[in-house]
Design a protein around this ligand. Structure first.
Ligand code: FAD
Length: 497
């Protein structure tokens, strides 16, 4: 969060506006928080300040073929479904719940702001505006980016920091490798423009980066008909990925989803490390990796289908010599050596880290502090569900002590070794929520909770498949002691990050 500096005496005086909650950031997280708070606290007034021209945060800057990697059915805000939540019939996601595309996500968040929040008359939105600081009198200082006009906003209750994740995407991130003159490097968002220059297409493509964006770029190039032999992929680390077959909403997928959670608990009962936990789940197919011969050193909660994995395995030119340091025409300098490529190569820069893990790793900052809410993951990695739960806690509990007891921040982890910390925090929060007479009913009606409404509906219909939850509860108890040990080990690594 930006530093909270005292107001300068030279600041020109302007009219003071007032609000109960000032949310910094109208991205997915700030919007999910506001959407729940506006219903749960019918008296409150909310003001958003955001640097972007439109709501939706980083989705405004995403590459055109970006999509959610989790089903749309449990993303966004509680009050509004995505227009398309059907089962996909074709492509690598066939048979599974739809994944909203980037433009659909942007349109969705615009609708949340313009057709849901602003019409309540209890929400104000300062777009193209930067939150600068809150002074000792609780006045927030906001500057309009284009006009420079200053606004002062008296925050009656709390400042809400919706910028914790510091999401970075290819089109806005700062490259940390050098490029010589004559080398063509593009962000993935520029690939669809290649049709405009049919006479000067590249001979070869190099994808830089090992994360989900790089995977999307690979699938896009293959889908566009590029011969896999003409693609080189610089993949410094291999990643474990969640198999999307087990991350699905609704009763039709209940057995698969619960089976996956039970497999995780069984693995957590015996594994001696996060790496071993993932190896076990990799063998059972709950976790996937592109190259089965390489031990993954990365885990960013990315979700993928087996169809996508199959496509990506067609790219055989994989360079594993660490991160790229510099590129000259025909040659890449990497951390562990050089690699030559044809002179007429187009580099696709997918090296932006969606979330800087050094920042989001520790989970040490309380969610609720005096006059400040810092939105962080509670059910890792479901950031919009976590924000909605935070809003519910704010509205229905009296003290920050009570709220924080139900809102232990979990880290967004970077590696298999650190994952058990996030896993344990999620289990702990979920267990506390399930026993809380206020939160448990909220979750049964929260569309952002992948299992709450499904299980409530199944219970209402007397679905006998729910009997397995008894076994689930026993497994959770059995796994708890070893999971705590794994989590403590993982937490130590986080602390030294
Ligand atoms: C390609 C990609 C795909 C993803 N897919 C998924 C997915 O399928 N499921 C999932 O759960 N998550 C996914 N994520 C994670 C994703 O980051 C979150 O879902 C979510 O969109 C993050 O929202 P946010 O509000 O935290 O951040 P942002 O979208 O970055 O929003 C923060 C906002 O704060 C504003 N801001 C920052 N500082 C200031 C300031 N000082 N003053 C005013 N405004 C400020 C910024 O302008 C921005 O609009 C994905 C991320 C990426 C990059």
């Amino acid at each position: 969060m930006p530093n909270i500096a005292p107001q300068s005496k030279d600041t020109p005086k302007v009219a003071i506006q007032e609000t109960d909650y000032l949310i910094i950031g109208a991205g997915a997280v700030g919007l999910a928080f506001a959407d729940t708070l506006i219903d749960e606290d019918p008296d409150c007034h909310i003001t958003f300040v955001d640097k972007h021209a439109k709501p939706g945060g980083h989705w405004n800057d995403a590459y055109s073929f970006v999509a959610l990697h989790q089903p749309s059915a449990f993303y966004g805000v509680n009050s509004m479904e995505f227009p398309s939540e059907q089962i996909d019939t074709h492509g690598p996601n066939a048979g599974f719940s739809a994944l909203a595309s980037g433009p659909e996500i942007s349109a969705y968040f615009e609708k949340v702001m313009n057709m849901r929040l602003l019409p309540t008359g209890r929400v104000a939105y300062h777009h193209l505006s930067e939150f600068k600081a809150r002074d000792e009198d609780g006045i927030a200082h906001v500057a309009s980016t284009l006009s420079g006009e200053q606004t002062q906003i008296k925050v009656r209750r709390k400042l809400v920091d919706g910028t914790f994740y510091q999401t970075s995407v290819p089109s806005t991130h700062k490259r940390n490798f050098d490029i010589a003159e004559g080398v063509d490097v593009v962000a993935p968002g520029e690939l669809p423009d290649l049709w405009k220059t049919p006479d000067s297409l590249p001979e070869h493509y190099v994808i830089l980066g090992a994360g989900k964006t790089a995977m999307d770029a690979g699938i896009w190039l293959l889908g566009a008909g590029v011969d896999p032999a003409n693609i080189t992929w610089v993949r410094p680390r291999e990643s474990w990925l969640w198999n999307r077959a087990y991350i699905q909403p609704g009763a039709d997928f209940f057995e698969a989803v619960i089976g996956n959670q039970m497999a995780q608990l069984k693995a957590a009962e015996t594994a001696q490390s996060g790496e071993e936990l993932m190896r076990i789940l990799g063998e059972s197919g709950h976790y996937l990796r592109i190259d089965p011969e390489v031990e993954p050193e990365m885990f960013h909660f990315a979700v993928i289908s087996e169809g996508e994995i199959e496509r990506l395995r067609r790219i055989k030119n994989v360079v594993r010599k660490g991160r790229v340091q510099s590129i000259t025409r025909g040659e890449m300098e990497l951390q562990e050596g050089t690699h030559t490529v044809p002179g007429n190569t187009l580099y696709v820069d997918c090296t932006a880290r969606a979330v800087p893990f050094s920042v989001a790793a520790n989970g040490e900052q309380p969610l609720f502090e005096d006059g400040l809410i810092t939105l962080q993951p509670l059910h890792v990695p479901l950031v919009t569900l976590s924000a909605a739960v935070a809003a519910f806690l704010e509205a229905h509990f009296d003290t920050d002590e009570e709220r924080n007891a139900l809102a232990i921040p979990g880290p967004l982890t970077d590696t298999p070794a650190t994952y058990p910390h996030a896993f344990a925090v999620t289990m702990l929060n979920r267990s506390n929520w399930s026993q809380n007479p206020k939160i448990a009913p909220f979750l049964t009606r929260s569309r952002l909770d992948p299992s709450g409404p499904t299980m409530a509906k199944m219970a209402a219909e007397g679905d006998t498949r729910l009997a397995i939850m008894g076994e689930f509860a026993q497994l959770a108890v059995k796994a708890a002691p070893n999971l705590r040990k794994l989590a403590a080990k993982a937490r130590k690594i986080h602390e030294n990050t």
